[in-house]
Design a binder for this molecule. Structure first.
Ligand code: G3P
Ligand code: CA
Length: 236
């Protein structure tokens, strides 16, 4: 069962920073999940929240800040004294320039369409520029945004984040026609009995998130998921 490190190894390092990404790979992650927003000057910024207040020493909305302003922020101090002054807010460009080719990248587009017009186009173009379409999944709770992404570039793999359980998954996946859905990323708690097996028969991989307790990991293994998106290695 693959481990996709949620915001990097966020159980041990400040989320969505290079410390967390490097620590994930050192600890055997098959993939790295991260979140993106758009800055005032139009760059893709790696951060979970749309406001910088929780994970940096600054204040303000990402969409109202420029890259030079974001570069001033300390993205490690909130997490631990050891990380103080050590971590900056990465650009997606920085991560793509660094990430090893064999590590799966899962870029989550934060679903704030009113703020980020055509973010899906930016994400696709950035992946193309870095020759990184192949080993990347772009996910979002905003499925219309993922559909637009496929219209822009059908080669990009999309993963549907699910916090609800479609009763008829076959019918739900047909909504994306003529495009393929690569994977489903459900909240672990919505999975029932043989969902995973049935969904995989539709040609999709299944990567649940919010897998924290040992019992959740065992349950996901029993379901036969392709991997889990979690803050720490599932074996720990
Ligand atoms: O990709 C799964 C997970 O990251 C979605 O939730 O809030 O951690 O971005 P969140
Ligand atoms: Ca995420």
């Amino acid at each position: 069962m693959k481990w996709i490190a949620h915001r990097g190894f966020s159980g041990e390092a400040p989320e969505n920073t290079f410390a967390a990404f490097e620590r994930a790979i050192e600890n055997g992650a098959a993939g790295i999940e991260l979140d993106v927003h758009v800055s005032k000057d139009g760059e893709l910024i790696v951060m979970h929240d749309e406001h910088v207040g929780r994970t940096t020493d600054g204040t303000g909305w990402v969409r109202e800040m420029t890259v030079p302003e974001l570069a001033e922020l300390d993205a490690g101090a909130w997490f631990s004294e050891n990380d103080r002054g050590e971590q900056r807010v990465p650009l997606l460009d920085d991560v793509l320039a660094w990430i090893p080719a064999n590590v799966l990248l899962n870029v989550e587009i934060k679903n704030i369409p009113y703020a980020y017009e055509r973010i899906e186009k930016k994400v696709s173009d950035t992946l193309v520029n870095h020759n990184r379409v192949e080993n990347t999944i772009v996910s979002s709770f905003d499925h219309a945004c993922l559909y637009r992404l496929k219209e822009w570039n059908a080669a990009v793999k999309i993963g549907l984040l699910l916090n609800f359980r479609p009763v008829n998954m076959e019918g739900y996946l047909r909504l994306f026609s003529p495009f393929d859905v690569h994977s489903l990323h459900p909240h672990a708690s919505i999975l029932q009995n043989n969902d995973v097996e049935r969904w995989q028969k539709q040609g999709v991989s299944v990567f649940p998130y919010a897998v924290t307790r040992k019992s959740d990991v065992k349950q996901m293994q029993a379901f036969g998921v392709n991997g889990v998106i979690s803050d720490a290695p599932p074996g720990d």
